[in-house]
Write a protein that binds this ligand. Structure first.
Ligand SMILES: *Cc1c(COP(=O)(O)O)cnc(C)c1O
Length: 430
């Protein structure tokens, strides 16, 4: 560490001078909760330590990129072994073949994948492939689902009947989103026959956690088939976290294209998209849809990803889901006992966390519902009171809780205890 700077405030001040907003991804800033982010120097298992030496029980886990917990020895060893042989070549490597085989073997219906370097790239490329393969331009996405920061997917749509979206960011031209249709989550839109693809998070995990209602994914599958559109599952969060085979296995609905990221890189930058061999044949060099990447299939990243996938079994996922769900019930109970309203939806090991002042709120089933809870505005106080008790939640009301395979029952119990105290504290201030 550079001499002189020993505090979170000091590092953030230096960061802000040379990095816009002091962060390389806006979710890391404390913009929506106030205050100064902690600057992490290391993490092990369920814990992270900041520059001041404070240790937090970490429920961020790199927004889901970490499945085994931080600095898992098997992953570190895989990276070390790979690094000793060289970090990138610009030629095919065995590592990318091994990871592709591991992915294809685990996901029912998936035949081929191509690696990229982020989830954003995976979705961007899958959408291009869908457009190229169908010869159609229009795409459908759902309000509150996040698919990375490509122009045509950065759309803030209103809910209600499916409508043409408006850009959700400055710098995104109207023309870039003109073919993006935004529909409310959990309602099957009626598609016209000029739609190339329907893009969906099979479990919505970027508007806090919203479960797909019974029939939603099945309905999308049927509606896509009716008009010849492709169904794309954005499994950047659900892939290799919901279960060994991801959301397709978990829900029994099979998409035409999958997007992966986060877990499959073992903490290094990776994404992948895939589908049937017939569909992927449209990609260059075999087909007319161009897609490329200097660092795609990087040896370090594929080695780390393979180490993660190889070290977890179907039983591990079941155990993780059981542990997370027990924790979720206890957490919800503790917050409610403390005097706030709470809802902790669970899908497999994925947990949401909605907190609100006491009242007659209901569990959200779409973005509009999630926004109602977030707009009560008590999350920032809840977040900071948890942080003071050394529990790191994500600094935003639309994020979910990530319980890694390294989180022990004892550690999760500590979170429950803290949350109970925090609820009392926050309720008192209302
Ligand atoms: C994180 C995320 C992305 C974007 O992945 P990056 O690696 O951040 O580019 C895309 N889709 C979903 C569902 C995500 O959660």
């Amino acid at each position: 560490m550079a001499e002189g700077t020993t505090t979170n405030a000091g590092w953030f001040e230096r960061a802000t001078a040379v990095i816009p907003g002091g962060v390389d991804s806006p979710v890391r800033s404390f913009r929506s909760v106030g205050g100064t982010p902690y600057t992490v120097v290391e993490g092990h298992g369920a814990l992270v330590r900041d520059v001041e030496g404070t240790e937090y029980l970490d429920l961020v886990q790199s927004y889901g990129a970490s499945l085994l917990g931080h600095a898992h020895p098997v992953v570190i060893e895989a990276i070390r072994t790979a690094a000793l042989k060289g970090t990138t070549f610009g030629a095919p490597t065995p590592g990318e073949v091994l990871l592709a085989e591991a992915i294809v073997a685990r996901v029912p219906g998936l035949e081929q994948v191509r690696f990229v370097s982020s989830g954003t790239e995976a979705v961007m490329s899958a959408v291009r492939l869908a457009r190229g393969a169908t010869g159609r331009d229009k795409i459908v996405k759902f309000d509150g689902c996040y698919h990375g920061h490509a122009d045509h997917l950065l759309v803030a749509g209103g809910s209600g009947v499916a409508e043409l979206g408006l850009p959700g960011s400055a710098g995104v031209p109207l023309a870039a989103v003109a073919d993006t249709i935004v529909a409310p989550y959990n309602q099957v839109p009626t598609l016209s026959d000029d739609v190339a693809c329907v893009l969906v998070e099979p479990v919505a995990a970027n508007m806090n956690l919203v479960k797909p209602v019974a029939g939603f994914l099945e309905g999308l599958r049927a509606e896509c088939d009716r008009v010849g559109a492709l169904l794309i599952f954005d499994e950047v969060i659900t892939g290799f976290r919901l279960s060994q085979g991801g959301a397709a296995e978990f829900t029994g609905v099979t998409p035409d294209l999958w997007c992966f990221g986060k877990v499959i890189g073992g903490g290094l930058p990776v994404g992948a998209f895939g589908g049937s061999a017939a569909l992927l044949a449209s990609l260059a060099p075999a087909g007319p849809v161009y897609q490329a990447g200097t660092l795609s299939g990087n040896p370090l990243a594929t080695a780390a990803g393979l180490a993660v996938l190889s070290s977890v079994t179907a039983a591990d996922y079941e155990e993780l889901a059981n542990r997370a769900q027990r924790f979720g019930r206890d957490l919800c109970g503790a917050i409610r006992d403390g005097g706030l309203w709470a809802c902790v939806p669970a899908v497999g090991p994925l947990l949401g966390l909605y907190v609100a002042p006491p009242g007659d709120w209901s569990a959200p089933s779409d973005y509009a519902g999630a926004k109602v809870i977030a707009d009560t505005g008590i999350y920032p106080a809840f977040f900071h009171a948890m942080l003071r008790r050394r529990v790191a939640l994500a600094p935003g009301a639309y994020e979910i809780l990530f319980v890694s395979m390294a989180h022990t029952d004892a550690e999760l119990d500590r979170v429950v205890t803290a949350a109970g105290e925090v609820a009392v504290e926050v309720a008192r201030e209302l």
